[in-house]
Design a protein around this ligand. Structure first.
Ligand SMILES: *Cc1c(COP(=O)(O)O)cnc(C)c1O
Length: 385
């Protein structure tokens, strides 16, 4: 089974480009809001870093999600897309002064603070503006996720967050500061997580931490569990929408929320990965000594995940119905790692055929670079084509 694409429209277009299936995005958002709204106090934010295409952001904002930012540029992009500042949260280990000031001026919902020195600077900058900044503390829960080493973030050895043993001390320090208001705890254990057991382990950890705080009469208004829900890269056609029911139900069942507490989520990949494909043209079929190369006009500069994480993306020849042959699909960049896949079966491919690299809506266009002086790929939505 292959995906459906408006190939006639593609014929006159310059490749490579990203194609975003907006109907699938809307269906995915519908599934998210339906499942999240079954539980009281659940608030879903979208992690802007996965894909900041302006049409994509607008559609997500229209569905009522908030925004999760990791830079000043992302705060600007979310404000431009119309996200209300009261639904913008901002995390990151290295927030610079201009970024903190931007968040303060916009009046964002919350800074997710990752160290004591950062807390001190936020207090100082907020004081200079006579403002009070809402802060949550990103706690490193030392919970491993069964995913690629480069995308686990919740282990003690990772650079993210505040160690659990320092949690009470930073809350105490914040209570002494005039220009910050402690509102909650923040966590994020990693990405592309498909084992609900990993999220259960996070819930257990948060339950323990909440019990500990309660013994010291510390009240937390909100818990933010980050993102990380994965998608099925093997089967983008059969399973285009992640199992949001299982995901939200896991938290509803395992996490002991206190009365009035809100529970925040920051989903990135699960929202946008499956609606995007990188569309590229076949330039040459080259017969190597031991294999056939399908050389396409997209490269690792357009989609870096295979080179960076050895990530798998399903690849389809959407122009051909010929019998299958086996190819290494490679790009034109002067790097040996510029390979999208080795030994994949494609319908017999010739020069000019369109190749779709699937599940590329998350961490695709946004991570593109201009290495080799290549132009950045453009993102087109199904609504505009
Ligand atoms: C990257 C990130 C997310 C989103 O992760 P996904 O795996 O794309 O869902 C959420 N929160 C924080 C703090 C992040 O850094």
């Amino acid at each position: 089974m292959k995906g459906h694409f408006p190939i006639e429209r593609f014929a006159s277009m310059r490749t490579p480009f990203y194609y975003y299936d907006m109907d699938l995005l809307r269906q995915t958002l519908q599934a998210i809001t339906t499942e999240a709204n079954k539980h009281e106090g659940f608030c879903v934010h979208y992690a802007i870093k996965a894909n900041a295409n302006s049409q994509v952001l607008k559609t997500i904002r229209q569905a009522g999600l908030g925004a999760d930012c990791v830079s000043g540029g992302e705060i600007e992009a979310s404000l431009k897309a119309g996200f209300p500042s009261s639904k913008i949260v901002y995390a990151g280990v290295g927030k610079s002064d201009w970024e903190i000031n931007l968040g303060l001026d916009a009046g964002i919902q919350c800074f997710n603070v990752e160290s004591v020195p950062e807390l001190e600077i936020i207090n100082e900058l907020a004081g200079a503006k006579n403002k009070i900044a809402n802060v949550a503390f990103r706690i490193n829960p030392d919970v491993g996720a069964h995913t690629h080493a480069n995308i686990t973030t919740g282990l003690a050895e990772n650079k993210f967050g505040i160690a659990m043993r320092d949690m009470e001390s930073i809350i105490e320090q914040a209570s002494q500061m005039k220009n910050v208001n402690f509102v909650g705890l923040h966590f994020h254990i990693g990405s592309q997580i498909l084992d609900m057991g990993d999220f259960q382990a996070l819930c257990n950890r948060i339950n323990d931490l909440q019990d500990q705080l309660e013994r010291h009469h510390i009240i937390v208004n909100s818990i933010n569990v980050g993102g990380g829900l994965g998608v099925d890269y093997q089967h983008p056609n059969r399973i285009p929408i992640p199992d949001f029911k299982a995901y939200f139900d896991t938290y509803a069942k395992r996490l002991k929320l206190r009365p009035g507490q809100t529970l925040h989520f920051e989903l990135g990949r699960a929202v946008v990965a499956q609606m995007g494909s990188l569309i590229t043209r076949t330039l040459y079929i080259k017969n190597g000594a031991a294999k056939k190369f399908c050389i396409v006009d997209a490269g690792m500069t357009d989609l870096i995940r295979p080179a960076l994480y050895q990530a798998y993306h399903k690849i389809e020849n959407i122009s051909s119905e010929e019998p299958f042959e086996t190819y290494d699909v490679v790009g034109p960049i002067c790097e040996s790692s510029d390979v999208f896949a080795k030994q994949v079966d494609l319908n017999s491919t010739k020069r000019g055929d369109f190749i779709a690299i699937r599940s590329a809506g998350a961490y695709g266009e946004i991570m593109a670079s201009q290495y080799n002086c290549r132009p950045l790929p453009v993102g087109y939505t199904s609504d505009e084509l």
